[in-house]
Ligand binder design. Structure first.
Ligand code: HSE
Length: 455
């Protein structure tokens, strides 16, 4: 075997610790695959627990990650600090110093990936980021290499485990309730306190340092930005990715969706259309018979449709110490194998050759065409349905199914649920405004987009 490869590890938190442990535990197996021993010879972390890191006393741990990226002995640095800054500066400096970089930092790649990849190309080094999307699932490898023969048509994924965990808790609570029609207790995820569910996701190493990234869809949007770029060979465009979280989903919608044969999942969806690329993250009703509708708890899954292969589904742990370490180390092995290859012969960062990236526009959300679930509180008297259907009809919106529920004791308004056929979002927005303005409608119309995901 060749000499060991020397690696620097920045960050010894959940993923950094997992990476250190897995690399030590499986060192022999990994070296047999890589063709060289992989040694972490230096780490950088401000705060870590040596009890959780057997063997950490045998290597130097610096306080200052900027000193690590200057170490001329390191061939590869692993960035597991997270966040935008100083991760960006550290990665750019490591590249400047001719080091290959492996990162799990989806926020960094989604926002600064174009700049980072250009710098890496100039220097002839690789920046690998498998762990950035869906944690332990090798989705980057699958799309970038395994599906290289295909024109990708669309991809849709549950790519935030914390959000999926919260939605699953809400559904479990609904199923455990005698009456599913009740509203959501403010601040609660299903039968459990919202904070309690979040604390469990944090204990599992899933939740982001700022949990609004999980709940408001920002984390999923980071990952979708990356997935869309490698699926279609477009630059990373986080600012054009439509982002909506799960914080406005109510338990009654979870219950009603279930009665209609659907599950609500928080999806990242990217699709190539004649008019541009859709990039959108939002809660979505999907038929419960789809495999992906049954992906529960903190697990992730990504469906990718290629024109030659058809639909393919990837499932696994989307976060957590050792699952994410699995992806980080696979990237290190890839980089080690490619150390002696000419940069032009390596797999391109965004799957397509850098001078072959496309300038296809990202479709504004207003132009996206989908079906909808609508829920409103309508007055229980003659003519109300006619007024609502006239507004929808005038906007060219066709109703696929409708349900009216019993009013609660003494209530004057009843919950009305409508499923529509596909329509352009801007037409639906205009119709919702008009419906909300009707005197027979109480409060706001809840709207959740629907996808069949059947090809
Ligand atoms: N906060 C993320 C999640 C971690 O819950 O999926 C993995 O990126």
């Amino acid at each position: 075997m060749l000499n060991p490869v020397k690696v620097g590890l920045m960050g010894l938190g959940t993923v950094g610790g997992g990476t250190f442990r897995v690399l030590n535990k499986n060192a022999r197996e990994i070296a047999r695959r890589a063709g060289r021993e992989i040694q972490i010879t230096q780490a950088a972390a401000r705060d870590y627990d040596p009890e959780q890191l057997p063997g950490i006393d045998r290597i130097e741990v610096l306080d200052d990650a900027f000193a690590l990226v200057e170490n001329p002995e390191l061939d590869i640095v692993i960035e597991l600090i997270g966040g935008y800054s100083p991760a960006r500066e550290l990665v750019l400096r490591a590249i400047e110093n001719g080091k290959h970089v492996v990162t799990a930092n989806k926020a960094l790649i989604a926002l600064h990936g174009n700049e980072i990849f250009a710098a890496a190309q100039d220097k002839g080094v690789t920046v690998a980021f498998e762990a950035g999307v869906a944690g332990g699932i090798p989705i980057i490898k699958a799309v970038r290499e395994g599906l290289a023969a295909n024109q990708i048509e669309w991809a849709a994924g549950i790519i935030n485990g914390t959000g999926n965990f919260i939605l699953t808790e809400m559904r479990d609570a609904v199923q455990g309730c005698a009456s599913a029609a009740g509203g959501r207790t403010p601040g609660a995820a299903g039968g459990r306190d919202f904070e309690d569910v979040l604390a469990e996701a944090q204990a599992l190493g899933y939740a982001e340092a700022d949990p609004t990234f999980d709940v408001e869809g920002i984390d999923a949007a980071h990952k979708l930005t990356i997935l869309g770029a490698i699926a279609f060979g477009i630059p990373l465009q986080f600012d054009k990715t439509y982002t909506e979280g799960i914080s406005r989903i109510e338990q009654q919608d979870v219950a009603l969706a279930g009665k209609l044969g659907y599950r609500i999942k928080h999806l990242g969806i990217t699709r190539k259309t004649d008019r541009g690329i859709e990039m959108r993250v939002h809660p979505t009703l999907i038929p419960e018979r789809r495999l992906i509708a049954n992906v529960d708890g903190v697990m992730n899954a990504v469906l990718v449709k290629g024109d030659a292969v058809g639909p393919t589904l990837y499932y696994g742990a989307g976060a957590g110490a050792e699952p994410t370490a699995s992806a980080v180390i696979a990237d290190v092995v890839d980089v080690v194998r490619a150390l002696t290859t000419d940069p032009e012969n390596r797999v391109p960062h965004l799957a397509f050759q850098p001078d072959e990236l496309s300038d296809l526009p990202i479709l504004p959300m207003d132009e996206v065409v989908t079906a909808y679930y609508l829920r409103m509180q309508a007055e229980d008297k003659p003519g109300v349905l006619a007024r609502i259907s006239t507004i929808l009809g005038d906007a060219g919106i066709s109703i696929e199914a409708m349900e009216q529920h019993e009013p609660a004791e003494g209530a004057t308004h009843v919950p009305l649920i409508m499923l529509t056929h596909s329509v352009r979002e801007k037409h639906m927005n205009a119709a919702i405004e008009k419906i909300q303005a009707l005197d027979c409608i109480n409060g706001r119309v809840t709207r959740i987009r629907m996808e069949q995901l059947d090809g």
